[in-house]
Design a protein. Structure first.
Length: 307
């Protein structure tokens, strides 16, 4: 400090000898020299903090690699234990979030932040985020409920039975969201809270599904013959042969322009649509071959000449 004062005095004296007022210059010079001395004193602490920041960045990237490695090991272990794929995805996602929180907590402590301060900050942030993201917490709770009660698992085809609902094959069940793939391969992301509070139709939960088809025949056609043709088709079809006991063909209704013949038969779930399409085609072909007419809506117009 004495050196700074001496230097400033010498500058002031030189300016006075030149006939200039050096008071303001002397003060500015003192400020500059004081700032330089402050930087010199604080340089070790500043350098140490910069080193900590660089090390923290390195630790973060290394920790990210380690977290990915741990999550992969955890996922593979759960898969080897034959745990449901949805549970595996949920636990892996939750474990990843927890590990990242621990990593950030340790980095903050290494930068000099006290544990109590970090804990208080996390508590306050948790309350604030909880109030701001009530929907997110509802999705988290919904995900837990979906995994506990298992209305569906990965690979099931589900229909969300509500207004503006969606449907598709379950691809992933994560902490807050479930991912569906539609028939035309669209990716649909649904909040777990919405799913847990909706009516869910699980199309593929059972091995077999009841297939029902209705077809109209002309009032002039032989009903017994039509029923016999349909029964023969069902008995010959590869996916309906095993259901001879509960297979049924019936007259469903007498409509305005047709007699509606219905059939019900159990088919394998994974062959439901293929069987339905095949039976529709076979019924049309056999009805044509046996002279059974399938009527269609038409209008008859009679013109009466004026007298």
């Amino acid at each position: 400090m004495d050196t700074l004062s001496e230097t400033a005095d010498k500058v002031d004296q030189g300016l006075q000898n030149m006939g200039l007022d050096g008071t303001s210059v002397k003060q500015s010079l003192k400020d500059i020299l004081n700032f330089k001395e402050y930087l010199t004193e604080q340089l070790p602490a500043l350098t140490g903090f910069c080193i900590k920041v660089v090390l923290s960045i390195i630790v973060f990237f290394v920790g990210r690699r380690i977290i990915s490695w741990i999550v992969n090991i955890m996922r593979k272990s759960l898969e080897r234990a034959n745990i449901d794929a949805g549970v595996v995805q949920f636990i892996s996602s939750a474990g990843k979030a927890i590990l990242y929180m621990l990593l950030i907590f340790n980095i903050a402590i290494s930068l000099g932040v006290k544990e109590s301060s970090v804990a208080a900050l996390l508590g306050t942030a948790g309350v604030t985020v909880g109030l701001a993201l009530q929907g997110g917490l509802a999705n988290l709770a919904g995900g837990v409920l979906l995994l506990i009660f298992k209305p569906f698992v990965v690979g099931d085809y589900i229909i969300q039975d509500q207004t503006n609902g969606c449907e598709g094959t379950v691809a992933k069940i994560e902490i807050c969201y479930t991912t569906l793939l539609s028939i035309d391969n669209k990716k649909i992301v649904v909040p777990n809270g919405t799913l847990s509070n909706s009516t869910i139709i699980n199309v593929t939960a059972k091995e077999n599904r009841k297939l029902e088809i209705k077809v109209g025949i002309s009032y002039d056609a032989d009903i017994r013959k039509a029923k016999k043709v349909i029964e023969d088709i069902l008995k010959a079809d590869p996916d309906t042969r095993s259901d001879n006991s509960e297979m049924v063909v019936f007259v469903d209704s007498l409509a305005d322009s047709a007699v509606i013949i219905g059939l019900r038969v159990w088919v394998p779930t994974d062959a439901y649509w293929k069987t339905k399409w095949r039976l529709n085609q076979r019924i049309k072909e056999e009805f044509d071959a046996n002279g059974i007419t399938i009527p269609y809506n038409q209008m008859e117009v009679y013109v009466h000449p004026r007298k």
